[in-house]
Design a protein around this ligand. Structure first.
Ligand SMILES: NC(=O)N[C@H]1NC(=O)NC1=O
Length: 174
């Protein structure tokens, strides 16, 4: 793991380094880091996180949808074929999604499929915050009853939480 960046170090990064460092804070969407690098220097880590959140909020609806579709299914094919990004892989492992019993894996996979069929994008939740398999399961079971509009908003909120926690993994916010 690379050493965590202080605010001063972060603000002194050449743009190309900033892009590389924060390329995946939104899954497979390096454009966010490219956009936010133009806002350097940041007054605080909070301000930097807010910059990424504002960037997300202001995107057109179809781009938001495109971003949601970049998130891998939880405990899905990407995990099975070891194609998860490093961040997602660590997040999966943090709640044991890489080590589910066959029954739990099937339950989650079936719910993920039903969710995708209804909404047209994968179920996205910040697994680190959910912290337990049962909480994730309850969340997808409840959210599947929402409207598309509700879910688009909730899912984008989850993308923001994942983004915030990924940023906090990279900076020394103490
Ligand atoms: N589908 C989904 O929520 N994926 C993600 N959630 C998370 O915390 N990391 C992910 O890759």
């Amino acid at each position: 793991m690379r050493p965590k960046l202080s605010l001063q170090q972060l603000n002194a990064l050449p743009p190309a380094e900033f892009h590389k460092t924060f390329a995946n804070v939104i899954e497979c969407w390096p454009e966010a880091a490219i956009f936010c690098s133009a806002l350097l220097p940041f007054k605080s880590f909070i301000a930097m996180i807010a910059a990424f959140e504002n960037y997300l909020e202001r995107l057109p609806a179809e781009t938001k949808l495109k971003i949601l579709k970049l998130y891998p299914d939880l405990a899905g094919k990407m995990l099975d074929t070891k194609q998860l990004s490093e961040d997602s892989s660590i997040e999966h492992a943090s709640v044991g999604l890489d080590n589910l019993s066959p029954e739990d894996k099937k339950t989650l996979t079936d719910l993920n499929e039903s969710y995708k069929t209804k909404f047209g994008f994968p179920f996205v939740v910040c697994v680190r915050e959910a912290s337990k398999f049962d909480v994730i399961l309850r969340s997808v079971s409840e959210r599947i009853h929402h409207t598309v509009e509700q879910e688009l908003e909730i899912a984008l909120g989850e993308v923001k939480k994942i983004c915030r926690l990924r940023i906090l993994q990279l900076v020394d916010n103490l």
